[in-house]
Each structure stands twice: as C-alpha cells, then as structure tokens.
Design a protein. Structure first.
Length: 394
C-alpha cells in the first residue's frame, strides 16, 4: 500500500495533538462529574465553562448562548424542532433549501408529518439561493428560516448576512448549519443576525461525537430530551467533559491560525482545479468559483462513475469522496448536484476533494497524476465515452 494521502476533510478531520493533550486529563485524572459540587466536579465544571467561552468568542456570542451537544446533527435537530415546537402557537411554516444536509432536510420532513409546512427554496446552478424568492416565501405563519452557511458537497457559501437581515426585518428566527463553515469562514453572529448556529468539532480538528449550538438570548426553543438539568435545563445528559474541552481547544486553534490555514487551502484548491481542467477533458467544476469554502473542489468527470474513481484512488492510497459522507451508500445521485441542474449521469461521476492542514503541493501533484491515469483508464472501458468519441470524429 502506498502512503495514505487524505483529501476528505469535509467528512472528518483528525484530532490535533494539542487538542488531544488538553482532553486526556479529563478521561482519568480530572474525571469528576461537572454537575457535582465537590472540588473534583468543580474542576470539570470550570473546564466546561472555559470551553463555552472559547466557542462564544470565536463567533462573537455570549457564553450563556452556547449549548453543548453530541454532534452537528443533534444541534440541527435541537435548533429546528426546538424552535418549531416552542413557537407553534405563532405559526407552523418553515423555510429551508433543497441543498441542506440530511440532518436539516430529514428534520423538516419529520415536522411536515406532524403538520408543519415547509418551503424548500431552489438554488441556482452555482448553489446560491435567490434572496427575493426567500423574502417572497415568508408569510404570517413563518417561524423559522434554516439555510446552511456553506454546502458540504459543492462548497458554495450562501449570503448569510443578507439572509439574516431579511429574517430580522420580518421577525423570523434564522438558523444556519455552520458545520462546514467553522474554521473556514469568519463568523460574527451579531453582524450576520444569526439566531441559531450549529457546529461539530470533528470538522475542525476536534473530537468526533462533540457538537455545539448557539441560541441567541431571547429565542424560544424547547428541549428534545428529558433527564437532568444540564445545559441550563435545555439538553439533559451528563456532560462529556473531555469532548467539551476538545471542541473548545479546537475552535480556539482554528481561529488563531485562520489566515495562514485558509491561504494554504485556497492555494491548493485553485492549483488542483486549474490542473484538472488543464489535464483532463470533459469535466465540470460544481459550486461557485469564488464564494466557496477554501478547501473544497467538487468536480464531475463525464463518462465515468464516482464510486469507480474512488475505488481506483483508494488502491493508490488516496482518500476522497463522491459526496457527503452522511449519504455514502445511497443508490441515488446527490440531491445537491441534482438541485444545481446536473443530469443524473453527470452527477454520478463526481469527485469531492477537500484539502486540509497536512496536505502539500506534492500530495496534490500525486493526486493529479493518479486521477488523470484513473480517468483515462475508466473511460477506455466506458461504452458511453467510446460512442461519444466516435460521434465526435464523424
């Protein structure tokens, strides 16, 4: 097996050494329950609150507006269902988009089965919503707008500040799934008029199984699980102190190194995209060319299947993705790629490469050389490609 080269940071990142180092004592030495009143418990409580402060600082919020969860999906569920249940006396209408993460889409579909009404906004060919369509969709019964900050598949960054302004103008709560944006985009919940924001630690070099939800002070939402009084009685369950310490340290590091990290990712991304377009014919770059995540490159290769590309790359020690890791195994083409207008046969031939801190230009060159070879070999055995080339020569 070749050296493993990892290009799937949108699926997950490794946990940084600095993060793990801060977490370790809370598995053994400082193992106290953060809800206990004796000194060992108070030490854990102090660590929890320090992490809460770090998260709040990163997004320009108040510490009392941060709630710890198990992951981004739980945060999305708590935000959307919590607001829906708490405000159903005001209305039952929710607005979201057709390209949301399954954690949002499936939550909205669940609410529809309970009698709520949901508007799913279209996006253009680059994945951007139409702000006029958003505003026209608001009605007297609208209680929540949920639009992801940046798309996990194509990397397009939505006009979050403008969406926040529209929501505030109409007195509607605004939630954003910022799981892919944290660490890759500077976020100020006050300036952007964001009322609720979801995040997940393992997307920015923190531990898996750890998330957080920002809820603006004054926003009404209901808890989804009963039990103890943890998280100000809004999310029952013994605190995962080690995980909380981890997410706090990870987000602190992400924004301490923000400029240098993202400059590197942009450089690798743009180099990779330009070389793919130069070396390999019949490709399509998906998502907005400028308004996109620094490390995201989503490209469709015509006449081949994405899963076949992945298997061939894996044999050469390369990890990438054909879409969201949460949708792997689905027999259907990506709902995101269909929403931006791709034909199913083109969508099936898509490769998502997402760069990270440890990637180098040499790694990218290896990926490019391997990818060119793989695509050429797969196309030689593609009936569609053979027929297409014959027609082109006629």
């Amino acid at each position: 097996m070749e050296k493993v080269r990892y290009f799937d940071h949108a699926a997950t990142t490794y946990t940084k050494e600095e993060v793990l180092k801060e977490m370790l004592p809370y598995f053994s030495l400082n193992f106290g329950n953060a809800s206990s009143i004796y000194s060992l418990g108070r030490k854990s409580r102090k660590a929890v609150e320090e992490a809460r402060e770090k998260i709040a600082k990163a997004i320009s919020a108040s510490a009392k507006e941060i709630y710890f969860t198990s992951c981004g999906s739980e945060s999305d569920n708590l935000a959307i269902k919590g607001v829906a249940y708490a405000n159903k006396c005001k209305g039952n209408h929710i607005i979201t988009t057709k390209i949301e993460h399954p954690a949002v889409l499936h939550t909205c579909q669940n609410l529809e089965r309970q009698g709520f009404k949901v508007t799913y906004l279209n996006v253009d060919k680059e994945g951007l919503i139409n702000l006029e369509e958003l505003e026209n969709s608001i009605c007297d019964d609208t209680i929540l707008i949920s639009v992801m900050f940046a798309n996990n598949e194509i990397g397009t960054i939505e006009p979050i500040k403008e969406i926040g302004q529209i929501a505030k103008k109409h007195g509607v709560c605004f939630h954003t799934d910022a799981v892919q944006a944290i660490g890759n985009v500077r976020i100020n919940v006050e300036e952007m008029n964001i009322d609720l924001l979801s995040m997940s630690a393992h997307k920015f070099y923190g531990p898996k199984g750890m998330g957080a939800l920002y809820v603006r002070n004054g926003v009404k939402f209901e808890k989804l699980q009963d039990g103890g009084h943890q998280e100000r009685n809004m999310r029952a369950g013994t605190e995962n102190v080690a995980g909380i310490v981890g997410i706090g340290k990870a987000i602190e590091l992400a924004y301490d190194n923000f400029d240098k990290y993202n400059e590197k990712l942009i450089s690798l991304r743009d180099y990779y995209i330009s070389k793919v377009e130069e070396k390999i014919p019949f490709v399509k770059v998906n998502g907005h060319r400028q308004k996109r995540l620094p490390g995201n490159a989503n490209i469709s290769f015509k006449f081949v299947e994405g899963d076949a590309i992945l298997l061939k790359l894996d044999a050469k020690g390369i990890c990438a993705s054909s879409g969201s890791a949460c949708s792997t195994g689905s027999p259907s083409p990506s709902h995101v790629l269909l929403a931006i207008g791709l034909e199913p046969e083109t969508a099936y031939g898509t490769l998502r490469v997402t760069f990270g801190e440890e990637n180098t230009k040499e790694d990218v060159d290896y990926l490019l050389d391997t990818l060119e070879e793989v695509i050429n070999n797969l196309r030689k055995n593609s009936k569609m490609y053979t027929e297409f080339m014959k027609k082109g020569q006629m």
